[in-house]
Design a protein around this ligand. Sequence first.
Ligand code: TYD
Length: 131
Amino acid sequence: MKIPFINLRNISDPRGNLAVIEAFKDIPFEIKRVYYIYGTKGNQPRGFHAHKTLRQLAICLKGKCRVILNNGREKTEVMLDKPDMGLIIDKMVWHEMYFEDDSILLVLASDYYNEDDYIRNFNEFIECVNR
Ligand code: TYD
C-alpha cells in the first residue's frame, strides 16, 4: 500500500516556518471541516473506524502520532511527527492512531460531521470492501 503522504508547502525565513494548504491545489478535495485532537494520552489510541465517503488530511503539529492504515487488502503503518508532512486518510481506509502524550493532530476534512458516514466495526468494514 503506497503511503499517501503530502509534503506541505513551506515558506521559511529567519522568523520560522509557515505551511500552506489550499483546497484542490495542495490536497485533492474541498475542505468543509477542520478539527484537531489535543491533550492526547499515550495509552489511549483513537480512530478504529473507516469512512464511507469522507476524505481527510492529518498533520501532527506537536508530538508524534503513529497511524495504522488498512484498505481491506493491505495494511501499513506511518509515523507523523513533522508539521510539514500531511497524511491523506482516504475514504474506505480503516485507521488507528497511537499518540505520544500531549500531541496535537490537525485534521482537514472534505465534509461535515456525519455519524452515518462511519464504519466502526472492522468486520463490517471488510464486508463493505469485498462487496
Ligand atoms: P471520532 O471521530 O470517533 O474520533 P476518534 O476516531 O479520534 O476517536 O469522534 C469522537 C467523538 O466526537 C464522536 O462522538 C463524534 C464526535 N465528533 C463530532 O461531533 N464532530 C466531529 O467533527 C468529529 C471528528 C467527532
